[in-house]
Design a protein around this ligand. Structure first.
Ligand code: ACO
Length: 181
């Protein structure tokens, strides 16, 4: 059987086309080309790619999974009020996960878990960072299981948060505190 050798690396400009294609394939929401440009040029965004080094040459550096996140000021977010407010630290930040995906043939191998670990490790290394957080659509059972299993706390259900093809869907807000957040 196939034994993939999964490695994690930053997302680079050469990943642009595949990154856009996988997003289009696996998400019900369309992302602007501006978003992909920000990801590959690391403008306010941190990201990690998963690649399969056991693939033949020409494919061994090809994205098979990714996570993208934005660094935001805690006080400017909807969860700023949940963090212990310290007036001497007005610059506290959060890491907001924008997108997480693994191509279908590589699922259930622990790749998403490893990608989220990279985000948590990064957030923990930034002294001003208080938490990692994200929204997930209420019917996404695999993603909800993943976040719960990784000890994210579900702190809110937001009614009609998403509008997809004229239909409203709720979202769950998940938070993982770091650095005593
Ligand atoms: N059903 C139930 N639980 C699941 C499933 C599933 N189909 N898939 C993963 N999980 C849970 C399990 O708890 C699993 O732990 P276990 O191995 O101990 O059972 C845990 O997630 C970790 O699984 P991974 O193998 O790391 O997850 P995978 O690499 O397969 O990726 C993902 C999961 C990212 C949700 C994948 O299914 C995917 O790309 N889906 C489409 C895109 C998507 O939904 N992305 C997340 C949207 S939320 C956001 O982007 C902020």
């Amino acid at each position: 059987s196939h034994h993939p050798t999964i490695c994690y690396r930053p997302i680079q400009p050469c990943d642009l086309e595949i990154l856009e294609r996988i997003h289009a394939d696996i998400f019900p929401i369309r992302y602007e080309s501006e978003f992909f440009q920000s990801v590959v040029h690391e403008r306010d965004i941190v990201s990690w790619a998963a690649v399969d080094r056991s693939q033949p040459d020409g494919h061994s550096d090809e994205l098979i999974g990714f996570v993208t996140a934005r660094i935001v000021l805690a006080k400017e977010t909807e969860i700023g009020d949940l963090l212990r407010y310290d007036p001497s630290k007005p610059d506290q930040t959060l890491v907001y996960i924008l997108t997480l995906g693994v191509v279908e043939s590589y699922r259930n191998l622990g790749i998403a878990r490893s990608l989220i670990r990279q985000v948590i490790k990064y957030a923990s290394s930034v002294p001003a960072c208080r938490a990692v957080y994200l929204h997930v659509i209420s019917y996404n059972v695999p993603a909800i299981h993943l976040y719960k299993k990784m000890s994210f706390k579900c702190i809110r259900r937001l009614q009609d948060f998403y509008l997809i093809n004229g239909q409203h869907y709720d979202s769950f807000l998940f938070v993982y505190y770091v650095n005593g957040g």
